[in-house]
Ligand binder design. Structure first.
Ligand code: HEC
Ligand code: HEC
Length: 344
């Protein structure tokens, strides 16, 4: 057996095996016992309320041909000599950094994660922290708040069909890694926080959810009605698929939702405290209470609905536990539309 192996190794260069070895994926790091895997968690997650389905975008099964993993791309606005293949763009342990000059040096846990369970934060939240409608905008969050959320995912206090990846990685992060990631995203310059352009309208461009989980425009000029309970948060263009951290989403919010949402945020005609009384002047966050201004409306709706229906819970939630159930489903859509339209 040993002799055979030596013979194969000696022949390797002739067989072209050396080149093959280089193209091999990284060696597999075995899973750790006790860490739940995202793919096993998915079926156990609570289903969203039907009225909020749109805020929990899930990719339809991919039936099309598999795209070429070696096709290369450049990002709009980035150094044109910077090219990444499709495989690199979706590498969970080293996604692209298109704009290295836009940000401070990234801690390794942010840029590369740690195998096998902690995928790079930039894979979903991007180097700028603006995230995508199906993940979360995390730039400019208070450090204490940020860490508390990772712990909440780990401890079962945040569950929904979008949460399994966070739950898996939270089980394997060290305290230092949590702090490093929180510090990095807290320090992103405010000028880079904006992730959404809000359009109040009764009709939106036709759109659908792509295999990546992002809502994208469909080709052609067709429009569809925007009913009062739906927000279509659509990627500005295909650059989001490249993880371009400067490209965000356009949110088509229902006619009248901004004015109604403002009333809710001011305290819903006296029934509630104003959101700003805790979330800060201009809703830009205060102490360890997160900012709400300029964040993805899909994300905000997911959180308010999860709090109202008991899927985001626990001690950390504080007063939101009592506030969220006082919001009607329509209040949730309207206030999210209004909050997302504010400057971060
Ligand atoms: C595979 C995608 C993915 C990766 C990788 C990922 N996240 Fe997330 N993250 C999400 C999604 C999706 C949510 C929102 C879940 C929900 O809707 O409740 C989220 C939410 C969060 C939140 C909560 C934000 C808030 O305002 O409450 C924090 C904090 C966070 N992630 C930190 C991290 C850190 C740190 C890393 C890297 C170690 C990371 N994430 C990697 C997908 C991801
Ligand atoms: C009494 C104080 C208080 C008031 C009033 C308040 N909030 Fe909050 N809110 C909090 C705190 C504290 C948190 C963080 C909870 C945690 O750590 O999980 C929070 C979290 C949130 C989040 C989750 C953000 C994220 O990043 O995931 C949303 C959304 C939210 N609040 C919306 C609202 C809205 C809308 C209103 C007004 C209708 C409001 N809040 C009023 C204290 C408040």
């Amino acid at each position: 057996m040993k002799k055979l192996l030596i013979a194969v190794l000696a022949l390797a260069p002739m067989l072209g095996l050396a080149g093959y070895a280089l193209a091999q994926p990284r060696p597999q790091v075995p899973n750790k016992p006790g860490v739940p895997l995202a793919r096993d968690l998915q079926a156990k997650m609570p289903k969203p309320q039907a009225v909020f389905d749109w805020a929990y975008p899930m990719a339809p099964p991919n039936t099309g041909p598999r795209p070429d993993p070696d096709e290369t791309f450049t990002a709009e606005g980035a150094d044109p000599s910077l090219k990444f293949t499709r495989r690199q763009i979706s590498d969970g342990f080293g996604p692209p950094d298109w704009f290295p000059k836009d940000h401070a040096p990234m801690p390794r846990i942010v840029s590369n994660g740690r195998e096998p369970h902690v995928r790079a934060c930039t894979l979903c939240h991007l180097t700028s922290g603006i995230g995508h409608a199906e993940s979360a905008p995390v730039s400019g969050l208070p450090i204490k708040y940020f860490i508390r959320q990772i712990v909440a995912f780990r401890d079962g206090d945040r569950v929904n069909i979008r949460a399994p990846n966070m739950i898996e990685l939270a089980h394997d992060m060290t305290d230092k890694e949590m702090r490093d990631a929180a510090n990095y995203y807290a320090r992103i310059p405010r000028a880079q926080w904006k992730s959404v352009r809000v359009v109040e309208t009764s009709r939106a461009p036709a759109n659908s959810i792509f295999p990546s989980g992002k809502r994208m425009f469909e080709k052609g000029a067709k429009t569809i009605p925007v009913d009062p309970m739906t927000i279509y948060e659509v990627a500005e263009n295909y650059q989001v698929e490249l993880r371009n951290p400067r490209v965000g989403f356009a949110a088509y919010v229902p006619s009248g939702s901004l004015a109604k949402g403002r009333v809710v945020s001011l305290g819903n005609k006296g029934a509630l405290r104003s959101c700003a009384s805790c979330h800060g002047n201009d809703l830009r966050g205060r102490e360890d209470v997160p900012r709400l201004a300029g964040r993805s409306p899909s994300y905000l709706v997911r959180q308010l609905a999860d709090m109202k229906y008991g899927h985001r819970k626990g001690k950390a939630l504080g007063d939101m536990k009592d506030i969220a159930p006082k919001l009607s489903d329509a209040d949730i859509v309207n206030v999210a539309a209004y909050l997302s339209s504010r400057n971060p």
